[in-house]
Design a protein. Structure first.
Length: 126
């Protein structure tokens, strides 16, 4: 017998790992660290969904807070130049992107909302 065929049949040769062997080594549902990790991931996802639902509810309440005609443009708007530092402008753009609106539109909404609150506080409107 040639030496190469003897090595193939030898019991000393390392055994090849099969798919079944690899599957046996994979984490199972009974593995506590695996289930703990899955539970933690589920909790994080649930908290994120709850936060998004709450934010959507707050946005809807904020929109319903003002009369319908509050945000309607009455005639042509007049352009105004306002200067902001880069940090404030970036914060405004980030918040606008999260709300799926333009940063200038969001800024206009902020000004209108604050005007309404101040006029209410001063007794100009009820």
């Amino acid at each position: 017998m040639p030496p190469s065929s003897k090595a193939k049949n030898s019991k000393d040769a390392p055994a090849r790992e099969t798919k079944i062997d690899r599957a046996a080594k994979a984490p199972t549902k009974t593995d506590t660290s695996f289930t703990d990790a899955m539970e933690e991931a589920n909790q994080k996802a649930l908290k994120q969904v709850e936060a998004e639902i709450e934010a959507a509810g707050e946005a809807k309440a904020r929109r319903n807070k003002f009369p319908k005609d509050t945000f309607l443009v009455k005639g042509r708007t007049k352009p105004v130049a306002v200067r902001f530092d880069e940090f404030t402008l970036e914060r405004l753009r980030t918040l606008a992107a999260k709300r799926n609106t333009g940063y200038q539109t969001l800024l206009k909404e902020f000004v209108v909302e604050r005007l309404y609150e101040e006029e209410k506080r001063e007794g100009i409107i009820e």
